[in-house]
Every structure is written in C-alpha cells, then in structure tokens.
Design a protein around this ligand. Structure first.
Ligand code: ADP
Ligand code: ZN
Length: 218
C-alpha cells in the first residue's frame, strides 16, 4: 500500500496518517516530523530548516527531497508507505515520480483532505503537541485531562512555533500558491480522491478507508 495524504496545514493528515499507517503496518513518512526531529537533534539540516519553518515558508525542495530519498532506502519502506506532508510542490511531486520509477513502483491513491479555512485557522492556533510522544491535542475541542500534560505519556504539551495566527495565515497562503497545483497534477493521473476533513474523526477515518479499499480493488 503506497499512499499520499494531501491537504492544507491543519487538515488532520497527521492524526489520520498515524492510525492508518499503524493499521497497515507501513511507515508514516511525515516530512514535517522529520524536519522537527532534525532540529531537535540540532543537525545542520535541522538548523537550516528552522528559519523557513518558523516563518511558515516551505523548506527548499532539494532538502526535503533528499530526506525522503534517504528514508525510502530504509528496509521498512519496501512494504509500502504513507507520505504525509510530501510532496508539497510540483517539483517535489516530479522528484517523487523519479524515485518511484527507479524502484518500479507507483502510488495507489492520493487522499485529499477538504477543510474550510476558518476551521483550519481554529485548529492550528488551538493545537498543542506532546513533547514526549507527539500526540496532538486541541485547547478547545480535545483538551488533555490535566492541563498541559499528555494523557498517554504524561509529557509536556507545547505550541509549535509556527502555530501562531500570523504564521498560520502565511502557511495557508503558501499552501494555496505552492501545493494546490498538486490537485490537478494527481487528478490528471487519476489518483486523487477527496475526503471531507471536517466532522467526527471516525467518519473521516471511515471515508479514508473506503478510498483506500477502492484503490486496492483496482
Ligand atoms: P503542517 O502540515 O501543519 O504545516 P508539517 O509538520 O507538515 O505541518 O510542516 C511544518 C513545516 O515544515 C512546514 O511549514 C514547512 O516549513 C516544513 N515542511 C514540511 N514538509 C515539507 C515539504 N514537503 N516541503 C517543504 N517544507 C516542508
Ligand atoms: Zn505524550
């Protein structure tokens, strides 16, 4: 199973990707998480990426393409993968096509998460992340049992540097100009399926499973 989750920041890709990848026993390849990890470890790549991420800009294509290429080389990616947050530009999609071609494999489905801008803004500015396990919370719609602490591991919850309102607005505009063209790119290849990214989590998870099952049956 080889899948791409495509959608604006705050669409819920990460939450759903985590569940689906675990269910299928495939790795979730999330470039945002990989970049934040590199930053936490203070690698040169992480430090270079930080300036872009803090401003809400995209990290240069060569950097993320290099990360994904390297990740593809690990044995667990052989059985399949779920790309979450990559590709985000047409140049990245083209690079991905080349990587897949080298391996003589293809993508089964691109799942596009549809969410209104007002909802995205609400979700991102209220989002909190666990430092320990990466679990996601929302101050209003899914707060932890104890303020500031993760229900799963007791870790500290923090707000990402790029989740303040001004930066979120910037990220949404970057999404519109750089990532939206990918919809046509994948529509033209007959891979795109839209799912409603608003509503109860279980309903969203069900629509995704249906889209994935349809791809399998092809
Ligand atoms: P979100 O989807 O909520 O914006 P991510 O964790 O996917 O969050 O990404 C956070 C930041 O990491 C982005 O704003 C961008 O700076 C950088 N990033 C992640 N993936 C990519 C990518 N494929 N290309 C360029 N930059 C990326
Ligand atoms: Zn935790």
């Amino acid at each position: 199973m080889r899948l791409i989750f495509l959608g604006p920041p705050g669409a819920g890709k990460g939450t759903q990707a985590r569940m689906l990848a675990a269910e299928h026993g495939i790795p979730q390849i999330a470039t945002g998480d990989m970049l934040r990890e590199a930053l936490a470890q203070k690698t040169p790549l992480g430090l270079e990426a930080k300036a872009y991420m803090d401003r809400g800009a995209l990290v240069p294509d060569e950097v993320v393409i290099g990360l994904v290429a390297e990740r593809f080389g690990r044995p667990d990616a052989l059985s399949g993968f779920l790309l979450d947050g990559f590709p985000r530009t047409v140049a990245q999609a083209e690079a991905l096509d080349r990587l897949l071609k080298e391996r003589e494999i293809g993508i089964d489905r691109v799942i596009f998460f549809e969410v209104s801008e007002g909802e995205l803004l609400r979700r991102l500015t209220g989002r909190r992340v666990c430092r320990g396990c990466g679990a996601l919370y929302h101050m209003v719609s899914s707060p932890p049992g104890t303020a500031g602490r993760c229900d799963r591991c007791g870790g500290e919850l923090y707000q990402r540097d790029d989740d303040n309102e001004a930066t979120v607005r910037g990220r949404l505009s970057v999404y519109r100009t750089q990532t939206v063209p990918l919809l046509d790119y994948y529509r033209g290849r007959n891979l795109l399926v839209s799912v409603a990214g608003e509503g109860p989590m279980n309903d969203i998870a069900r629509s995704i499973r249906q889209a994935v099952a349809a791809a399998r049956g092809r």
